[in-house]
Design a protein around this ligand. Structure first.
Ligand SMILES: Cc1cc2nc3c(=O)[nH]c(=O)nc-3n(C[C@H](O)[C@H](O)[C@H](O)COP(=O)(O)OP(=O)(O)OC[C@H]3O[C@@H](n4cnc5c(N)ncnc54)[C@H](O)[C@@H]3O)c2cc1C
Length: 519
């Protein structure tokens, strides 16, 4: 063999590793979930990606048939898109919701992310309300597991310890962060979309936005029929990756918090046939045996994950192992993560069946149909949520919702409408995990309740913009807030009450005017 043949193939080198987290109590609040459950660093695994050919081809121009014209086109039927579509339709807009897969709910159903993060603040007050609350409340009773309302915000040590083992208590405080049956949420999401008269288009992949000047007018879709155009007065990008916003040419942020889990990917999985109550007794009452079991797991599969409870005792949820070093907008990386996650799921099954109490009869019930992407791009908005705002409890005058904070030491976080409005482009809003924020704030703004929150607000704003024929950035902030309150959303008292600190006149202005005077 020549020296040349010995050389590694040219291409990008990727280093895969689980990500390190500081232990709870370290004062690093960058991850609500990560900080509480603890994530460990194992040895990284390197790989080289094959270089791509430098060739290009010219795709011939063609006429594309218009499939539909609508007031509001929502692209992506995850938590944000489902909420956006229903909220806009409830305002009387003609709404078309397009989704590439066969279901609604995105990662909260197809991604098996069935642990809904906290909807209450640290006093037990539910601050994620509106459509998010309605979705959870309308699920059948046996499709939701979590603490009773009377316990939310409770600090009783025994109760908090019980719920801490079941992902519903942090910092010694019981929270409303239930686990849900993903199939029930799929069914309910479709039912609520139908009730609101949202037109659904499933199996439709948005390939490109239709842009005239600086205004988005719709999107081109690929389906089994080939290529089609959908035209709309306002488009809401809820793809999770800001696909349409990015392809319009708008700026996106991609920086990450390297010490957090928010940039990790993996495909979640469920084991059936387990006894989670037995597992929890083992994990918390037999620490030495538990430590030995974890050592065995690491020896066998290296990246080794602990299960979370689900909505049923006989189903265990695995939201990891989390894999760092991959890009969610690189098709070869997406493929590699699927292969690696499957390998790890099967490896886990062997170890758990062999040695974990409660798992002797476990079987791999389901590998998530949707890959678990936590972060790819975030839109550059008129405003953004930042780490600097956390401590002072700053309330934006264009607030469209309130997120629980990561620690009882930090007040609730005000989310501005400007975080949904791309800085430069009109005719399009973004909601869900790609809203405008810094990398630290992305840690919690990407969570399912927060995606319901921003989705509902985007839907309301899009419907108002379409009805009045104004660009979304010119819709009066007060009219968005008024409709959100009417739809049951929660806003800070400073903006929710008629004689608030901002006053009626301030908020009857549009975002653009109020932004000019913003601090
Ligand atoms: C492994 C993992 C664990 C997590 N743990 C938690 C947790 O415990 N609690 C919590 O609350 N959150 C958790 N999250 C975060 C949360 O699940 C997501 O951030 C949230 O679901 C994002 O919602 P979304 O609507 O913005 O996007 P998604 O849920 O990703 O939905 C986007 C939808 O758009 C569709 N779509 C995308 N591109 C296109 C296109 N081009 N054309 C047509 N359709 C398209 C997708 O198919 C999908 O249905 C976790 C995430 C991951 C990956």
């Amino acid at each position: 063999m020549t020296g040349k043949e010995d050389a590694p193939p040219p291409g990008r080198s990727v280093r895969e590793s689980e990500i390190f987290r500081e232990p709870p109590g370290s004062g690093n609040f960058s991850s609500s979930i990560g900080a509480s459950v603890g994530i460990e660093l194992f040895q990284g695994r390197g790989r080289t990606k094959r270089a791509r050919p430098s060739k290009t081809i010219v795709e011939p121009a063609r006429e594309v048939q218009v499939l539909a014209e609508t007031d509001v086109l929502v692209v992506g039927g995850g938590p944000a898109g489902t909420a956006a579509a229903i909220a806009a339709a409830r305002l009387g807009a003609d709404v078309l919701l397009a989704e590439r897969y066969n279901h609604l709910g995105g990662l909260s159903t197809g991604g098996l992310v069935i642990w809904i993060d906290r909807m209450t603040d640290w006093s037990g007050h539910q601050v994620i309300r509106g459509l998010g609350e309605e979705l959870v409340d309308r699920l059948p009773k046996d499709a939701v597991a979590g603490p009773p309302r009377a316990d939310w915000g409770g600090r009783d040590a025994a109760t908090a310890a019980y719920w801490a083992q079941r992902t519903a208590a942090y910092h010694g405080i019981v929270t409303w962060s239930p686990t849900i049956d993903p199939e029930a949420l799929k069914t309910l999401s479709m039912q609520m979309a139908n009730e609101a008269k949202v037109r659904l288009l499933l199996h439709a992949w948005a390939a490109a936005p239709i842009v005239e000047g600086n205004t988005v007018k719709g999107a081109i879709f690929e389906s089994k029929e080939g290529r089609h155009a959908l035209l709309a007065k306002v488009v809401v990008d809820t793809t999770g990756d800001a696909d349409l916003i990015a392809r319009s040419g708008a700026a996106c942020d991609t920086d990450i918090d390297a010490g957090d889990i928010h940039h990790c990917m993996n495909t979640a999985f469920l084991f059936g046939g387990v006894d989670m109550e037995r597992w929890l007794r083992f994990r918390y009452k037999e620490p030495d045996a538990f430590a030995s079991f974890m050592t065995l797991g690491r020896e066998r599969v290296k990246y080794f994950e602990k299960p979370f409870v689900s909505w049923r005792n006989d189903v265990a949820l695995f939201l990891g192992p989390r894999l760092a070093g991959y890009s969610a907008i690189d098709v070869e990386d997406l493929t590699a993560v699927e292969l690696r996650s499957r390998e790890l799921a099967v490896g886990h099954l062997e170890v758990y069946r062999e040695a974990a109490p409660g798992f002797a009869d476990a079987f791999l019930m389901l590998g998530a149909p949707q890959i678990g992407v936590r972060h790819s791009r975030r839109l550059v908005g008129v405003r953004k949520v930042t780490r600097q705002q956390w401590d002072g409890g700053h309330v934006f005058e264009d607030e469209i919702g309130v997120s629980p904070s990561l620690s009882p030491k930090i007040p609730n976080i005000s989310v501005p409408y400007g975080a949904l409005v791309p800085e430069r482009f009109d005719g399009i809003l973004g909601a869900g995990r790609h809203v405008a924020c810094d990398a630290s704030s992305h840690t919690f703004l990407r969570e399912i309740p927060q995606c319901w929150l921003t989705g509902q607000a985007a839907g309301v704003a899009a419907a108002l913009a379409a009805a009045s024929g104004t660009p979304p950035r010119h819709v009066a902030v007060r009219s968005i807030q008024r409709e959100l309150l009417r739809q049951g959303a929660y806003l800070s008292p400073a903006v929710a009450t008629p004689h608030s600190q901002f006053g009626e006149n301030d908020r009857s202005r549009s975002l653009v005017k109020s932004h000019a005077t913003a601090t």
